[in-house]
Design a protein around this ligand. Structure first.
Ligand SMILES: Cc1cc2nc3c(=O)[nH]c(=O)nc-3n(C[C@H](O)[C@H](O)[C@H](O)COP(=O)(O)O)c2cc1C
Length: 411
């Protein structure tokens, strides 16, 4: 079915949060499609589903979002929100107006990135979630992000095998009438068109995912460090209509040498560091290299929200910035290159192995917000991969880098 037109909020959120927005013909004649969020290598391993009660022009059900057609395909008829509430041990899901569900398909990134593709699922889900959260905020809808759920139960609802494709997060939006008791759901055995002749299996990545599965509602509850926080205000709303920002957004391929005003960098980092309405406490901090920011000495900085840029080490570090982002010159050219850094040991101690998913996802969301804030202010940005150990030793030896974004004016 087409996106529900009587509900501009959901149609807008899906289309501008996760749809295809640009297509380009490659030299060989192949058509390539780009989506509204950034994805490493443009490989888009994340799928998006929607569960809703009966709405004005959409019947109650579970749907898959088709990002190219901008349409929904119904996978299950009937309200599944009470089933979702059970799977995520969170009764608030039963009265959400809509629940968006994100899943990851490993091989789409793993053929290129190997086992490291495991973290790409959460990075890319994060950049998509940054869009979805900002759009929902601008619609005045409450947001509640859940990273803890009984994996097998949620995968069953979505019809996923949990191995080739697995659920990775739920986002509840707004409020509606509360769903009744969970219904018994038959296995979904739907066929989908294969996208590739073969699908390689990456045992290491598979093992990583299996290691952080939660097996019961009790395990979900003990994983949660706090009652899931619901964000009510429009804190993530942008400076101009988000459609305009999202149409302009892309990953910059060339920076100009012009310095960035310090208040623009600070506004970008403040949005990145703003609260995420998640079921676990935040774990990422921002450290970075400043090369060309008006009113700031060059050097290594730590950002303390809401607006303090603390100089840790003065110096000209353009070469190091380029080296740290896997020897890509965009890092050297950028006005500033910031890294989301986490005390991974502490995260794993507090949250168990599941904490790994949460902290990578949080970094993805914060980088997605760096994109939004940059493009809203006439700046440009690109996410980047990096040399893990070298970033740690250069910026903060006790922390591990989760993700990186370079910011500056576009050439
Ligand atoms: C997690 C992540 C890592 C990325 N790493 C790099 C990188 O190392 N170098 C780079 O030039 N672009 C990188 N990108 C940008 C992607 O290549 C880009 O998002 C993708 O090609 C889609 O294009 P678009 O962002 O312009 O829509 C990364 C993006 C993400 C989300």
């Amino acid at each position: 079915v087409p996106l529900p037109t009587g509900l501009p909020d959901l149609a807008r959120i899906l289309r501008f949060g996760a749809g295809v927005i640009r297509s380009r013909t490659l030299p060989g004649g192949e058509m390539y499609h780009f989506r509204t969020y950034s994805s490493a290598g443009a490989l888009y391993p994340v799928e998006l589903y929607l569960a809703c009660p009966e709405l004005t022009d959409l019947s109650a059900g579970l749907y898959h979002f088709h990002p190219g057609e901008l349409s929904l395909r119904r996978l299950r008829a009937g309200d599944v929100r009470a089933n979702l509430a059970h799977a995520a041990a969170d009764s608030a899901l039963a009265d959400a107006r809509a629940v968006l569900l994100l899943s990851g398909i490993m091989w789409r990134s793993a053929w290129k990135y190997g086992a490291r593709a495991y973290r790409h699922l959460f990075w890319d889900a994060g950049t998509m979630l940054a869009n979805l959260l900002a759009l929902a905020a601008s619609e005045g809808l409450s947001r509640r992000l859940l990273t803890g759920f009984v994996d097998s139960e949620l995968n069953h609802i979505l019809g996923l095998d949990g191995d080739r494709e697995a659920a990775i997060a739920l986002l509840a939006l707004g409020r509606a009438e509360r769903a009744e008791q969970p219904s018994s759901l038959a296995p979904l055995e739907l066929e989908s068109v294969p996208l590739s002749r073969t699908e390689p299996v990456f045992e290491d990545a598979r093992g990583l995912h299996a290691a952080s599965v939660l097996a019961s509602p009790e395990e979900v509850q003990s994983y949660r460090t706090a009652a899931p926080e619901t964000l009510e205000s429009g804190a993530e709303a942008g400076l101009e209509p988000l459609e305009t920002v999202l149409r302009r957004r892309g990953s910059v391929r060339e920076f100009s040498a012009d310095p960035v005003p310090v208040d623009q960098l600070a506004a970008t980092l403040a949005l990145a560091a703003a609260p995420v309405p998640a079921d676990v406490a935040p774990s990422n901090e921002l450290y970075g290299i400043v090369n060309a920011v008006e009113g700031l000495e060059s050097g290594v900085y730590r950002f303390e929200p809401p607006d303090v840029l603390e100089l840790l080490r003065p110096g000209a570090f353009r070469l190091q910035a380029g080296y740290l982002v896997l020897e890509q010159y965009l890092g050297s050219l950028a006005a500033a290159t910031f890294f989301l850094m986490t005390d991974l040991e502490r995260v794993l101690e507090t949250l168990g192995d599941r904490g790994y998913r949460a902290t990578e996802l949080e970094a993805g969301i914060r980088v997605g917000r760096i994109y939004l804030a940059s493009y809203a202010q006439g700046l440009a940005a690109t996410a980047s991969t990096f040399y893990d150990d070298d970033v740690s030793s250069f910026l903060a030896p006790s922390l591990s880098p989760m993700l990186c974004a370079a910011v500056g004016f576009p050439a």
